[in-house]
Structures are given as C-alpha cells and as structure tokens.
Design a protein around this ligand. Structure first.
Ligand code: HEC
Length: 91
C-alpha cells in the first residue's frame, strides 16, 4: 500500500518564510502583501513602523478576526515569516 505524504495543513518544517506566508497568510493578506480580508503588510503599510515583536505577537495570538497561529507554527517559523515580511518591505 502506498502512503502519500499528504498536505495536512500543518507546516512543513523546512519551508521558507515565503512558502509559509503563501500557505497561511496570503489568502487574507494577499499574495503581494497588499491586503485583502486582512490589512496590508507590505510597503506603505502601518506595519513598516511597527517592531518585529508586534508582528510576532499578532501572528502567535491572533487579533480580531485573524486566527492565532500558536498551535500551527513554531516560533522559528513565525520568525521566518517576519523576516519575509521585512524583506518584502525592503528593509
Ligand atoms: C482569516 C484571515 C487571516 C489570516 C489567515 C491571517 N490574517 Fe493577519 N489579519 C487578518 C485581519 C482581519 C487582521 C486585522 C485584525 C484587527 O486588527 O482586527 C489581521 C492583522 C494582521 C496584522 C496586524 C497588521 C497591523 O497593521 O496592525 C499582521 C502583522 C498580520 N495580520 C499578519 C499575518 C500573518 C503573517 C499571517 C500568516 C501567518 C496572517 N496574518 C494570517 C486576517 C488574517
């Protein structure tokens, strides 16, 4: 019997920040970070002036209609997503 390593919705440990972002965030914040259901996170957004700890806190604990990711993502993966957002912001 062939068992496939199916995509179960849990995060791939080796995934890059960009891959994690597109898997878990893009549907609400847009593939280009310009926002959709959720706010814009990229260039020109309020987030540019916020500290990394603020972004980490929102991802881990959720906010308003944004789900918390503390059970889905490890601290390290959250860190990779924050780094990805910063690189997209050009900093
Ligand atoms: C189900 C939709 C949804 C998903 C999935 C989602 N978000 Fe959000 N996000 C939102 C909404 C809605 C808000 C605004 C929350 C509020 O302030 O009421 C938000 C707010 C934020 C904020 C704060 C923005 C600011 O300017 O204060 C950050 C940072 C953020 N999201 C990052 C992420 C990241 C990174 C992911 C992926 C790990 C993610 N979000 C996944 C809907 C989502």
């Amino acid at each position: 019997m062939l068992l496939l390593a199916a995509c179960t919705g849990s995060a791939d440990q080796g995934a890059t920040g960009a891959e994690l972002y597109s898997q878990f965030c893009a549907r609400c914040h847009g593939a280009d970070l310009n926002g959709a259901i959720g706010s814009g996170l990229g260039v020109g957004s309020d987030l540019v002036d916020r500290p990394d700890g603020y972004i980490t806190d929102v991802i881990v604990n959720g906010r308003g209609s944004m789900p918390a990711f503390r059970r889905t993502l490890t601290d390290e993966q959250v860190g990779r997503i924050v780094d990805f957002i910063r690189s997209e912001q050009g900093s």
